[in-house]
Ligand binder design. Structure first.
Ligand SMILES: [Zn+2]
Ligand SMILES: [Zn+2]
Length: 327
């Protein structure tokens, strides 16, 4: 089932008097006053990046991962499928199927730690946007179609174009020389593959993967067809739990670096995390929590409430018996 983050934010519009100085404004030129003689600007609720309202309609690119707008002085990377990525998100971006395997192992360990080992070897493939959409069309069962799908858990035999070799960033910050290869999926069990969109930061890729792994787990455990909000909701709960574990291990490794007796945090095998990556983790968590969609947002909130109250195991048992979250 497709997974996406809906943009649940309300971009705040703020009016101030024309003579006031706006601190940290994103636009480097003078902001015009509106008909009432006031300066109007918008701000992203998480990053608090301020900009003039007309940038929402003048084609100013936003990063497809963190949603921040492209500042005038830096160029975002062009992912060739209409998506743009800011340079800070590019820093930890996962660009091909091979590069994603350590992260896949990490998520498998995370599921094992929850006593939810996925026994079958499900292939994980990184794909371009078009390949993801084609695979979605190739699935027989009616999926929940969303405007921006970033991951899929497949159950049909089909051939998927997977990214074999990471692209280079060429002139004009465009990705170039991407090598793809057709990959034939064989049906050995109810799940044939998990597909994830390439080019997203490690923490976002991982949270999408944790979500899709939960679809796979439910299917392989023989759960009946659940209502969309229960299924997507519990998958979002797992994505959120994984993000939380990552944020904790990033904080843990920062403490570990100043104290010799502290144990080595799990994230250390993924390389050092920057303060921005930690902030990104908070942002992706916040995105899940504040999602306004009835399926993903309300589903997550109901599922998270149940897990906090009864624990994950009892919540899953209740879903298996009744098809619903316990109240
Ligand atoms: Zn899903
Ligand atoms: Zn970004």
């Amino acid at each position: 089932m497709p997974f996406f983050f809906s943009c649940g934010f309300i971009f705040v519009s703020i009016l101030i008097g024309p003579l006031k100085v706006i601190p940290y404004i994103f636009c480097s030129f003078q902001i015009p006053t509106n008909a009432a003689g006031l300066i109007e600007y918008r701000a992203h609720p998480f990053w608090v990046q301020k900009y003039c309202p007309f940038h929402e309609h003048d084609g100013t690119p936003r990063c497809c991962s963190c949603e921040r707008m492209e500042p005038r002085e830096t160029r975002f990377v062009n992912l060739d499928d209409g998506r743009k990525l800011c340079l800070e998100c590019l820093d930890s971006a996962i660009m091909d199927t091979n590069q994603c395997q350590p992260l896949y192992l990490d998520i498998q360990e995370f599921y094992e730690g929850l006593n939810m080992k996925v026994e079958q070897q499900v292939p994980l493939l990184l794909v371009e946007r078009q390949a993801l959409n084609e695979a979605m069309d190739g699935e027989r069962s009616g999926h929940h179609h969303m405007p921006e799908t970033r991951g899929l858990c497949l159950s049909e035999e089909q051939t998927v174009s997977t990214i074999l070799k990471r692209p280079r960033i060429g002139a004009g910050n465009r990705v170039m020389n991407m090598i793809t290869e057709p990959y034939k999926l064989i049906r050995r069990c109810d799940v044939t593959a998990i597909l994830i969109l390439y080019g997203l930061p490690r923490l976002l890729t991982g949270s999408i993967l944790a979500h899709e792994m939960m679809h796979a787990w439910l299917r392989l455990q023989g759960y009946r067809t659940l209502s969309q909000d229960v299924e997507e909701g519990i998958c979002q709960v797992l994505a959120h739990l994984w993000l939380q574990s990552q944020i904790m291990s990033i904080s843990g490794s920062n403490i570990a670096s100043t104290s010799s007796s502290a144990p080595v945090a799990r994230s250390s095998k993924q390389g050092t995390s920057s303060p921005f990556e930690r902030k990104l983790g908070d942002f992706f968590k916040h995105q899940i929590e504040s999602d306004t969609s009835p399926v993903y947002g309300n589903g997550f909130r109901a599922g998270n409430h149940a897990v906090l109250k009864y624990g994950l195991r009892r919540t899953l048992d209740h879903i298996r018996l009744t098809g619903n979250f316990p109240y």
